[in-house]
Design a protein around this ligand. Structure first.
Ligand code: PEP
Ligand code: MG
Length: 539
């Protein structure tokens, strides 16, 4: 039995078998070989195994995401047969007498660099594909399995770190808990764990080499500890606590259908945050009054190319139709910072959180933005939609957005497509937006305060940096005064203001938010009923 501690980002408890995701870079050493022809045979065998893996992936993807998105696996299969690529690997093995792994790694890097230097955007994007197939070949050569995100049974996922794109690719029904060595409490992966109601621990000093896949683990988010290979008595105790938690959740269920109203009659809207169509079930299960933040960028993660207008339309329409008359606020693309997508070719930045992200990408690359807006406006006829724009810092940005909205309107009119321009709001998540909130309030329909980024930018603390978690204090007087200022600006011009950052679910602040006049709190679905309970008990 091994007990380790970490920082808890969701206070649940779970028991189950472990799966390990190991991303540590495979360091391929240059090794001399006596018999290069043997290495070339090994390359041939690895190519066959990789082809089989890709074929399986293709078949699975066709069923799950459709033929267009699955096509990338066929492209990878073709690239693995490319004569130039294979010849370059063989030549290197023969002339330099090096091992197959090393030749594949160097050839992969060389080809990727060559693609990245091309003018054509399509060819540029192939750099990531060459890297991908080369890594796959190296994995096959070294006998290391690939990180399979599709587990056979519900499991505790143990990893060095998890990216948002990996997290979205996992089948949520099959994840019992997350345990990671790295990661920060304010990262999007932590946010996803909260949304999925699963215990998650970060900063746990696990030696991944020592963890056997399939071994049992208890993850206790309340104590902030994970126990690998627990003895029977510890398992029994954990099961007892799981049952007690279930009972607490059962009691919360009794609040379903009840109003969010304080004892003195003040009402509050409680909505839920989601990352994709698959999360709408959690919203309904927890009786949220609407969706206050649909992080639409998750539609762009974990895939090889931009989602088309039709694909987006389908996703938005499905959410709207499922929610019926209830409000659904979809935030436009907030890619960049920790949400990286290869096909955007964003390049490396010194300070990605202060960099090319969110609305900045949309204003610089309006084609990407317009595709999303067309899909949103077409979806708007199917339900109660509002859109909101992230990372706003100035009134000029809002003017530029409205100019693009006008163009999109004209395009849709010309195409005679049924559409509607929905209510439009902005996220308040930069200190600049707070300070000019009185001007912004006159231009938009509503504000939604993104306290995760607002805290990061106000306190000058990278929300991704786990070392700073102790300094990341969203209860800071500066943040609370900013929230008050934003609410006053909104109300002055007859607009509403909500909070969709994680702070909205902080029960220690609920009373303060009610007093400030916050109109809406949008929280992870699991927090809707606890928040309702808290509001109903306020005097
Ligand atoms: C926020 O910044 O508070 C927010 C809700 O947006 P995200 O966490 O997706 O950056
Ligand atoms: Mg944000």
């Amino acid at each position: 039995m091994v007990k380790l501690n970490g920082k808890s980002v969701y206070k649940g408890i779970a028991v189950g078998p472990v799966v390990v995701l190991d991303h540590r870079e495979q360091k391929v050493k240059r090794s001399k070989v006596e018999n290069p022809e043997e290495e070339i045979v090994r390359v041939g065998q690895a190519v066959k195994v990789a082809q089989l893996q890709l074929h399986k992936l293709y078949k699975k993807a066709v069923v799950e995401v459709g033929e267009n998105s699955a096509a990338i696996f066929e492209v990878h299969q073709m690239m693995l047969e490319d004569d130039d690529y294979l010849e370059a690997i063989h030549n290197m093995i023969r002339t330099e007498m090096v091992g197959a792994e090393y030749a594949v790694a160097v050839t992969g890097d060389n080809f990727a660099e060559m693609f990245a230097g091309m003018d054509d955007d399509y060819m540029k994007a192939r750099a990531a594909d060459v890297k991908d197939i080369s890594n796959r070949l190296i994995q096959c050569l070294s006998g290391r399995g690939e990180n399979n995100l599709d587990f056979a049974e519900p499991s505790v996922v143990v990893a060095d770190d998890l990216s948002p794109s990996e997290t979205v690719q996992m089948d949520k029904e099959k994840i019992l808990a997350f345990v990671t060595v790295h990661g920060s409490a304010n990262s999007h992966t932590a946010i996803l764990a909260r949304m999925m109601n699963i215990p998650a621990l970060i900063g746990v000093p696990v030696d991944l080499e020592q963890i056997r896949p399939g071994m049992k683990a208890i993850v206790d988010g309340m104590q902030g500890e994970v126990i690998f290979d627990p003895v029977a008595s510890v398992c029994e105790d954990a099961q007892c606590r799981i049952d007690k938690e279930k009972e607490k959740l059962r009691l919360l269920q009794e609040l379903k259908g009840k109003e969010n109203v304080t004892l003195s009659g003040k009402r509050m809207n409680i909505y839920a945050n989601i990352g994709g169509v698959g999360d709408v079930g959690y919203v309904l299960e927890n009786d949220a009054g609407g969706i206050g933040l649909f992080r639409s960028e998750f539609l762009y993660l974990g895939r090889e190319d931009f989602p088309t207008e039709e694909e987006q339309l389908q996703a938005y329409r499905q959410v709207l139709q499922t929610m019926g008359e209830k409000k659904v606020i979809i935030r436009t693309l907030d890619i960049g910072a920790d949400k990286q997508v290869d096909y955007f070719n964003l390049g490396k930045e010194e300070n990605p959180a202060l960099g090319y992200r969110a609305i900045r990408i949309c204003l610089k690359q309006p084609d990407i933005f317009k595709t999303q807006l067309r899909a949103l406006f077409r979806a708007a006829v199917h339900g109660n939609l509002s859109v909101m724009y992230p990372m706003i810092t100035s009134t000029e940005e809002v003017e530029k957005i409205y100019a693009i909205v006008e163009e999109v309107k004209k395009e849709l009119e010309e195409a005679q497509a049924p559409f509607k321009v929905p209510e439009q709001g902005i996220m308040i998540e930069t200190p600049a937006a707070v300070m000019i909130s009185d001007s912004l309030a006159q231009m938009v329909d509503f504000f939604s305060i993104g306290t995760n980024d607002l805290t990061q930018y106000t306190l000058a603390i990278d929300r991704q940096n786990a070392k700073l978690d102790d300094f990341y204090n969203p209860h800071h007087e500066a943040i609370l005064r900013m929230i008050q200022m934003v609410v006053r600006s909104a109300h002055k011009y007859g607009k509403w203001a909500g909070i969709c950052g994680e702070l909205g679910a902080d029960l220690e602040l609920t009373e303060a938010f009610v007093r400030m006049g916050v109109d809406e709190l949008s929280v992870s679905p699991s927090m809707v009923l606890p928040l309702r309970k808290c509001i109903r008990e306020l005097a």
